[in-house]
Design a protein. Structure first.
Ligand code: SAH
Length: 213
């Protein structure tokens, strides 16, 4: 399959949908999404759809991945510093993040997926990508403070540990249930004087769960 042409078409579609950050578009064009899905789904890898990755979890649509990473990169032309991702899944979004950040730590609570992600990124030579097995609800204090934190699973509230581990000047993007009982994309900006929370569009992510399995 000519995956380069399929990715170029996906990137054009992302642009038409409003994604404009050059580094984000370049990263979406560089990472081979078809390497992260099961063989049976390879021909759907570049469609704007979420796909099952096993153990009841899904890889987000390209549009959602690009949108969230663009929010992290907003107003910046240089690479992000250290980034924490909660919910490695198949490792696709982590691989995209590795292109726009200096260091990326990605946590997964399901051992089966953590191992699958390891296999998927093997051979891609992403030296700045660190895959971790553990409960991401607690964040990963060893790598803190983070320039950016991104979650691919949504809970009732944003765990305080994430906010604590965010650097001053850093930004967190995560799905969370808001007042109206529906999941929305939430942006938290940490400044020297406090945190500012912005609620964006409704989204549908798999649940954030505590503990490992
Ligand atoms: N970014 C992923 C999307 C995976 S779906 C990708 O590109 O494939 C979200 C993932 O979050 C699931 O694999 C789920 O197991 C994981 N998850 C849910 N709660 C978690 C937690 N507390 N810590 C770490 N991972 C968690």
């Amino acid at each position: 399959m000519d995956s380069r042409a399929l990715r170029a078409a996906m990137v054009r579609k992302l642009q038409a949908q409003g994604v404009s950050h050059p580094a984000v578009l370049a990263a979406m064009g560089a990472v081979e999404r078809h390497r992260f899905v099961d063989t049976a789904l390879v021909n759907q890898a570049y469609e704007d759809t979420s796909l099952p990755i096993g153990l009841g979890q899904t890889i987000s649509k390209p549009n959602v991945v690009a949108r969230m990473i663009e929010l992290l990169c907003e107003g910046r032309t240089e690479k992000l510093g250290r980034v924490l991702e909660i919910g490695t899944g198949c490792g696709y979004q982590a691989a995209v993040l590795s292109q726009v950040s200096r260091e990326i730590y990605s946590m997964e609570r399901l051992r089966g997926l953590h191992e699958k992600a390891r296999e998927n990124v093997r051979g891609l030579r992403l030296a700045n990508l660190h895959l971790l097995f553990g409960d991401g609800m607690l964040g990963f204090a060893q790598g803190a403070p983070y320039a950016a934190i991104i979650a691919a699973a949504g809970g009732e509230a944003i765990p305080q540990a994430w906010i604590d581990q965010l650097a001053v000047g850093g930004r967190l993007v995560a799905p969370a249930v808001t007042g109206v009982g529906q999941q929305h994309l939430v942006v938290i900006d940490k400044t020297a004087t406090g945190v500012k929370k912005t609620v964006l569009e409704p989204v549908l992510f798999v649940p954030l769960k505590s503990g490992v399995a």
